[in-house]
Structure formats: structure tokens, C-alpha cells
Design a protein around this ligand. Structure first.
Ligand SMILES: NC(=O)c1ccc[n+]([C@@H]2O[C@H](COP(=O)([O-])OP(=O)(O)OC[C@H]3O[C@@H](n4cnc5c(N)ncnc54)[C@H](OP(=O)(O)O)[C@@H]3O)[C@@H](O)[C@H]2O)c1
Length: 248
């Protein structure tokens, strides 16, 4: 089950947080992994070291997903090192919360550039090298469904990711490439720590509304990614899996 031996995977934003957990889990399942980072080379190096020490295969590649040439370079790293692409995990993302009156052009462009444009650019480059049996997993968010206050722009980006997932599943289905999304609830990551969510009233409120009574860990999401990436999920495409311990 979930055997990814011989598969080549790209994980964007894998230097920390959910992406690092996904890269490690895909490698443990047998995939060779391209670990992308934007600025945290040390984090990406540490992820590759963890994978290789456990007997897996991985390389790092720097690249800002929101720049077409850099998105192409991320995919080139997979093709140059491993010859093909089977699995693409669009995980890179940024989140900033602001009330309507504080929204600026920069706030909108930054989040839509990484979370939406970046996802499209990497997918566009990767699909040229993917064949039947390929799997794309977009890391969206429950924010697209629960639409928290102050999150109009972030929720908007993830609503776009949900819609893109459906559209691309129809477009790429005839090529045998599946496209699904995972929509995590709150997960303990470097990003949520830096944003001040961990230990906040937001976290307490989130836990209180979560039937399983805690926030998520990167492994909770990574295990579902491994399933969606594998042939065990061969009959799933265009699906949006809400991975939140039951928070709706
Ligand atoms: N944590 C949560 O509660 C939660 C909940 C729902 C959904 N999500 C989604 O899950 C994903 C990961 O979140 P996280 O909490 O793990 O975030 P994180 O800890 O802040 O890590 C973000 C990752 O994205 C990379 N990144 C940022 N901008 C990039 C760019 N322009 N190009 C390439 N990579 C870029 C970062 O690379 P560098 O470090 O190298 O800059 C880092 O590896 C995001 O899409 C987020 O929206 C998170």
C-alpha cells in the first residue's frame, strides 16, 4: 500500500512546516524528492539530510514559484536529476490576515502571486513531463470553507485553489493525471508560530471547534498526501479533502 518506489516527486515550499513533512513522508514511501525552497536553504538542506540519512533520495532546488523562470527551474531540477515527474505537491503558500480597511495592493498581490499564480506556473511546467498515473496535490485550506474574518484575501486565494483543482482535474483527466486538494485546518508549523497563531485565542477557538480536540501536525497532512500521490487513490480526482480533525 502507498508504495511510491520509482516515483519522482516535487514538493514546493518544503524547507519547513507542512512541506517538509510531506517531502519526508513521500521519500519514506519510496519516492525521490525535489525539495523546493524560496529563502530557507538551511531548512531545505536539513530536510534532504533527514531523507538521505534514512536511505531515501532527495535534492534541493531554490526557486520562487511566482516567477515563471524559477518555476521552470524547479521542474528542471526533477527532470535533470531523476528524468521525469510523477508527483507534484503544490504546497508553497503565504498567509496574512487583515481587516478590509487594511487591505493593500501588496497584501493582495503577494498572496495571490504565491498561492495561486505560483501553483499555476509550477503545474504548467511540470505537466509537460508528467504522463498517465501522474498525481498533483494542491495544499489549499479550510479557510476557503470557514472563511474567517480578516481572511478575505487568504481565503480568496484558497477558494481559487479549490476551483483550479476542479478545473485542472477535468483538463488533465484525459491524460491520466489526477488533481486533488487537501484543505488543512490549523497545523503547527514555523509559519503559524511566526504568525502568532500558536498559543493564541485563535488556536484555542480552533481546538474547541475540532471534534478530535487538537490542531494538526505536518504528519497528519503528509500521510494523506502520500495516499493521494499513490495508486491507492487511482480513482480520485477533482476531490477536496478537508483535513482538519473534523473542523468544518
Ligand atoms: N499551517 C497551517 O495552519 C495551514 C493551514 C491550512 C493550509 N496551510 C497551507 O499549507 C501550506 C504550508 O503552510 P505552512 O504553515 O507549512 O507554511 P510555512 O511554515 O510558513 O512554510 C511555507 C513554505 O512555503 C515556502 N514559500 C513561501 N513563499 C514561496 C515562494 N514564493 N516560492 C516558493 N516557496 C515559497 C517557504 O519557503 P522558504 O522558507 O524558503 O521561504 C516555506 O518552505 C501553505 O500553502 C498554507 O497556506 C497551512
Amino acid at each position: 500500500m502507498n508504495n511510491l518506489t520509482g516515483k519522482i516527486a516535487i514538493v514546493t515550499g518544503a524547507s519547513k512546516g507542512i512541506g517538509a513533512g510531506i517531502a519526508t513522508a513521500l521519500a519514506a514511501a519510496g519516492a525521490s524528492v525535489v525539495v523546493n525552497y524560496a529563502s530557507s536553504q538551511a531548512g531545505a538542506d536539513a530536510v534532504v539530510e533527514t531523507i538521505t540519512k534514512a536511505g531515501g533520495k532527495a535534492v534541493t532546488v531554490q526557486g520562487d514559484v511566482s516567477k515563471a523562470t524559477e518555476a521552470q527551474a524547479i521542474v528542471d531540477a526533477a527532470v535533470n536529476n531523476y528524468g521525469k515527474v510523477d508527483i507534484l505537491i503544490n504546497n508553497s503558500g503565504v498567509y496574512e490576515f487583515a481587516p478590509l480597511e487594511a487591505i493593500t495592493e501588496e497584501h493582495v498581490h503577494k498572496q495571490f502571486n504565491v498561492n495561486v499564480l505560483g501553483l499555476l506556473l509550477v503545474t504548467q511546467a511540470a505537466v509537460k513531463h508528467m504522463g498517465s498515473g501522474g498525481s498533483i496535490v494542491n495544499i489549499s485550506s479550510v479557510a476557503s470553507r470557514i472563511t474567517p474574518p480578516m481572511g478575505s484575501v487568504y481565503s480568496g486565494t484558497k477558494g481559487a485553489v479549490d476551483a483550479i483543482t476542479g478545473s485542472l482535474s477535468r483538463e488533465l483527466g484525459p491524460k491520466g493525471i489526477r488533481v486533488n486538494a487537501i484543505n488543512p485546518g490549523m497545523v503547527a508549523t514555523e509559519g503559524t508560530k511566526t504568525a502568532g497563531f500558536i498559543g493564541s485565542d485563535f488556536e484555542k477557538g480552533s481546538v474547541a471547534q475540532t471534534p478530535l480536540g487538537r490542531i494538526g501536525q505536518p504528519k497528519d497532512i503528509a500521510d494523506i498526501v502520500v495516499f493521494l500521490a499513490s495508486d491507492d487513490a487511482a480513482w480520485l480526482t477533482g476531490d477536496i479533502l478537508i483535513a482538519s480533525g473534523g473542523l468544518r
